[in-house]
Design a protein around this ligand. Sequence first.
Ligand code: PLP
Length: 309
Amino acid sequence: MPESHPDTNPLAAYADRQVWVDGTLTPALEASVSVFDHGLLYGDGVFEGIRIYNGRILKLATHLRRFDQSARAIRLNLPYDTAALDAACRDTVKANGLSDGYIRLVATRGPGSLGIDPVPCPRPRVFVIAATIQLYPQSYYDQGLSVISSSVVRNHPQALSPRIKSLNYLNNILAKIEALDAGVLESVMYNLEGNVAEASADNLFIVRPDATTGQPVLWTPPLSAGCLEGVTRNLVIGLARDAGITVREENITRHDLYTCDEFFLTGSGAEVVPVVTIDRRDVGTGKPGPVTQQLITAFRALMKHAPED
Ligand SMILES: Cc1ncc(COP(=O)(O)O)c(C=O)c1O
């Protein structure tokens, strides 16, 4: 893994920001949670990462629904209803004067005793951070990313469902470290059966020609393969279908990644980013392909008036 940079202060970018903590807007660098919070002690909590485009919060209603589902799955009773969380996100964006950026909505189990038992945690804590986001530079969208296959198996859905957007990202972080060690930014995670699940923090798609017609078909792993139901994933599926492209949510193997014509990742941070090599093999021509470029253009056009639900 590249060395960390002790001279750079990663918090400097947030110095002028306001963070919403349980109903109060607080200067970002003073906002804190307890060292006894089970979100910190055990990764016991859930979160969302949400984009703001042109003053509109992309798919806020969908993100709040997924947040609620994640919380319900881990039996964390959110102390705010959806309307209150919607208002918290909007108030935080406004307080920070952002028309483009990123929202991090987090609920922790709250402070409790040192055991894992969540019952002594009387009240979950909820906070909202809104800031600008460091996207991949434009060159990655023009030239594409290199990725590797990770040896870290994606969490088995019967152990910890990847559909829960939980505060425990160690499974993904180990895959990210493996990518960085290999000199690339992303890695593909496979499930226990050896099928593709997702990238370390993004969903993925490939393009292959239909066996009979030769028409390009978009493939993405089904949720049962063990991936997050990405908001961007669903948006891209919709954009592709609107453009008349067939989309299949079916299992993808490593061989499919090695032999496909096009490959791209999707996520709130990454948006739609082409992948041009995997495990040192060129994807298709080794350049972003036409379907990927078409979907990047369609995605950017949609973001000019980003749908909020
Ligand atoms: C593991 C994982 N998969 C996929 C995604 C993409 O999801 P979304 O498009 O909702 O941001 C994320 C986003 O953070 C993620 O962490």
